[in-house]
Design a binder for this molecule. Structure first.
Ligand code: MG
Length: 243
């Protein structure tokens, strides 16, 4: 059979209702195999639209298995992947009358020392985000040797990490932060800290957890020499192609 004028047809086939109804009425008794043949027999022009070999008609259980395999392959190619990053930071106490945790000013009989505003909580959170992105650490993005970050509001650091996450097409699923110190008491400021973190990261507060613990007067935090903070960030990223 010469093949240059043959096509393999698939559904769907689409027609103007009045035209195909009239064509069927005119074709009663004729040996035609599908609607396109009925239309052609009535003198209607049948136009071909290129289809896809994957757009199969699912009739048998074998067809369904084939469709499921194609669907799974497509999902795997476009799915997101989940990553977790961790961050840890310490700042020592020095003379002063407040500390800044997650951008919230908390009165205290000492202050944290540091090149920036020494917001140990935001630094741990920033490193958690950068870790999940495998994008270095806070020091590689904002070198302490650079005078422009002296006294800087640490909101700049975490906003930069959030920008990198957005640029990668990702989103923050959850951030869990633990502040470790004997004093000041963190609990009265927990909700304000959550709200500020959520604002800086442009997510709902329900995606942000702020916790606090002491170390039972053990170690440098127990001796009230400074504050430590650790954080875990869970992010969703478009799946990277394995090249
Ligand atoms: Mg720090």
């Amino acid at each position: 059979v010469p093949r240059d004028s043959l096509w393999r047809a698939q559904t769907p086939q689409a027609f103007h209702y009045e035209a195909i109804l009239a064509a069927h009425e005119a074709a009663i008794g004729a040996a035609l195999t599908d609607d396109a043949a009925v239309a052609a027999a009535a003198g209607l022009e049948v136009r071909l639209v290129e289809g896809s070999a994957e757009n199969i008609k699912v009739t048998t259980s074998g067809d369904l298995q084939l469709a499921e395999r194609w669907y799974a392959a497509r999902q795997a190619a476009t799915a997101a992947e989940t990553r977790v990053g961790q961050g840890f930071d310490v700042h020592r106490f020095g003379p002063g009358d407040h500390v800044t945790l997650c951008g919230v000013v908390i009165p205290h009989n000492q202050s944290l020392l540091g090149h920036s505003d020494a917001d140990v909580a935001l630094h741990a959170a920033t490193d958690a985000l950068l870790g999940a992105l495998a994008a270095g650490d806070i020091g590689s993005h904002f070198p302490p040797s650079d005078p422009q970050w002296a006294g800087a509001d640490s909101a700049v650091f975490i906003s930069h990490a959030a920008d990198l996450l957005r640029a990668a097409g990702g989103r923050l699923c959850h951030l869990d932060l633990t502040v470790i110190c004997e004093a000041p008491k963190v609990a009265p400021h927990r909700e304000a800290m959550r709200a500020r973190l959520a604002e800086l990261l442009a997510v709902e507060t329900t995606r942000i957890s702020v916790k606090a613990t002491t170390t039972e007067r053990l170690g440098f935090t127990g001796r009230r020499e400074g504050i430590a903070a650790q954080a875990s960030a869970t992010i969703s990223l478009p799946r990277q192609s394995e090249t």
